[in-house]
Design a protein around this ligand. Structure first.
Ligand code: ADP
Length: 563
């Protein structure tokens, strides 16, 4: 309601109250006069009633009622009647009436105030009760929501615990905590499963955990944990676990030390069961070895013609020289000089045949990789000798451009021969369908100081002094630029009878030697394969590193002729 209307209403109400007061007094006077006519003199009570009633509706109307009552009593009921004249002997009466009227006013007003205060207190109480009730209702609702939320959170917690447990089960990864001071541990359910231990039967402890570790791995495990706890660092340790039945499991334990100055040190960690992975790796390794064996047979098959030719030539020469020798000796007198000459030829042809066999044996040798100073030009020469017959048969010209006095590279001669055999064989195959242009394989060697000038990561103690670059180029079908990256993938082949592992194995070998093998299209036609090998300054024997980790299948590939 607007303020103006409220003011008007308040004013009207106030005026109404004064009018009621005046009307009460008039009514009291009227009633008293009427009763007086009938001989009943009770006017004082009527006026008191009017004053009490008026005072009830407000102090202003009450005072007005007192004033009007005094005037009415003076005018109508105090001699001389119907006059305001005051008789001295009536003053006590009038005074008493005024005092009584004022007391009635005060009493009524006081009662009214008390009642109003009481009402206000009641209202306040009601309001407080209502407020409290509302608050309680609100708190109750909040509590209900909280309970629902807590139930949801508990449900969520249960679900995530289940998920975690399932995740741990699926990933074979368990979690644990360790109090290094007491050796107390907490194990997740998965750890009990990995250890194949009954959950209710044991109290997890570091001692128990350690007892499960294979005795041969225990020292390493203890050292890793002790070092982590002392240095407040993380640890990572792969160990074997011996189960109660004696079965072995491979696990990877990881730990993180939590060093809080306010609390005891705590180690939180995981145990990942690698047994299945190891089994899969072993199966993969076996499959790779099998594949390498197949490749070796394929290489052998390709080399058969060369080998036969290489050995046939000296054998034929030996037979011819032996026949000549016999003839020279059968002459009378025997032509000893000629016979000696023929015998010398037999010896040198025999030696040549022996060298061929030695080269083949070296190529197919099953010996592990050996790091020695290798003359790369010598290896190129050996490979060309091996493949000479094949190249001649395919009418492929060989062009070599080999830098003189190249420094040796540190490597395994057999593996590097294998790479070159792969590259040259691929070049031969790429040119098999080519007509109308010369079929040429060009092999170059030289220094390439730009490509490798950092120590190898695999061989950190070997200091590099530039690199030797070897390039095998052909005039064959060439490489599709979009396929260049894929040709090094295992099993990528475009040949109907190809296996697609030659280049991937070659790249592994070169990378294991700290080098790089790359391919690019040759101009105007054909393909170019290059590899750079770091030249190594010889180090004192004590600083020598062991042979680079060459993939197993490569060792298999270089399998022995003895098999
Ligand atoms: P495979 O010889 O069994 O196919 P490789 O790994 O040796 O396996 O070679 C993979 C593929 O790379 C070949 O199938 C061929 O498509 C391509 N490739 C290799 N060398 C050459 C080359 N000199 N010229 C053209 N393509 C080549």
């Amino acid at each position: 309601m607007p303020a103006a209307s409220r003011n008007t209403r308040d004013r009207l109400l106030a005026t109404g109250r004064y009018i009621i007061a005046a009307v009460s007094v008039v009514a009291a006077a009227g009633i008293s006069l009427l009763l007086q006519e009938w001989g009943v003199h009770v006017f004082l009570f009527a006026f008191y009633a009017a004053v009490v009633g008026a005072a009830w509706i407000g102090i202003g109307p009450g005072i007005l009622a007192v004033v009007l009552s005094v005037l009415a009593v003076q005018y109508f009921f105090t001699p001389p009647e119907w006059s305001f004249e005051v008789n001295p002997e009536d003053v006590p009466f009038t005074g008493t009436f005024i005092i009584c009227a004022i007391m009635s006013l005060a009493w009524s007003w006081q009662r009214k105030r008390t009642e109003r205060a009481l009402q206000q207190a009641r209202d306040t109480l009601d309001e407080t009760v209502q407020q409290r009730t509302a608050e309680l209702v609100e708190a109750n609702a909040a509590l209900k929501i909280e309970i629902v939320e807590r139930q949801a959170a508990e449900e969520e917690l249960r679900r995530s615990e289940t998920l975690l447990a399932q995740g741990q089960k699926l990933s074979h990864t368990a979690s644990w905590t360790l109090q290094p001071a007491t050796g107390e541990m907490r194990w997740s359910a998965e750890l009990f499963d990995i250890f194949e231990t009954d959950r209710g039967g044991v109290f997890p402890s570091f001692e128990l955990f350690r007892d499960k570790v294979h005795p041969d791995d225990r020292v390493r495990f203890d050292a890793a944990v002790a070092m982590a706890v002392e240095g407040s660092t993380n640890f990572s340790c792969e160990v074997r676990i011996v189960l109660d039945g004696g079965a072995i499991r491979h696990v990877h334990a990881l730990g993180e030390v939590r060093a809080d100055p306010m609390r005891e040190k705590e180690v939180i960690g995981t145990v990942m069961d690698l047994t299945d992975r190891k089994r899969t790796e072993q199966a993969l390794h076996d499959a790779q070895a099998e594949l390498a064996r197949t490749l070796r047979l394929a290489t052998m098959a390709e080399l058969t013609a060369s080998i036969a030719h290489e050995i046939n030539q000296p054998l034929a020469a030996i037979v011819a020289n032996a026949s000549a020798c016999v003839r020279f000796l059968a002459r009378g007198p025997a032509a000893l000089g000629n016979a000696r000459e023929a015998a010398d030829c037999i010896v040198s042809d025999g030696t040549r045949a022996g060298e061929v066999i030695t080269r083949i044996r070296a190529l197919l040798s099953k010996q592990g990789p050996r790091q020695v100073a290798v003359d790369i030009n010598g290896i190129i020469g050996d490979v060309l000798e091996l493949l000479r017959a094949t190249l001649e048969r395919q009418r492929i010209a060989i062009h070599t451009d080999l830098a003189a006095s190249l420094p040796p590279v540190m490597g395994d001669a057999v593996q590097l021969q294998q790479v070159l055999v792969n590259l040259v064989t691929n070049a031969v195959e790429a040119m098999s369908g080519i007509t109308g242009r010369p079929r040429v394989v060009t092999i170059r060697s030289g220094m390439d100081r730009s490509s490798i000038d950092q120590p190898s990561i695999d061989q950190p103690s070997i200091k590099s002094a530039g690199a030797v670059l070897v390039t095998v180029e052909d005039t064959g079908a060439g490489l599709d630029p979009q396929e260049i990256d894929r040709i090094f993938d295992s099993f990528y082949t475009t040949k109907p009878e190809g296996i697609g592992v030659g280049l991937s194995i070659s790249r592994s070998i070169i990378e294991a030697h700290g080098g790089q093998l790359s391919a690019s299209p040759a101009l105007p036609c054909g393909a170019r394969f290059s590899f750079a090998l770091p030249v190594v300054k010889a180090l004192p024997e004590k600083d020598r590193v062991s042979a680079p980790a060459v993939p197993e299948q490569v060792q298999e590939l270089a399998g022995s002729a003895e098999r």
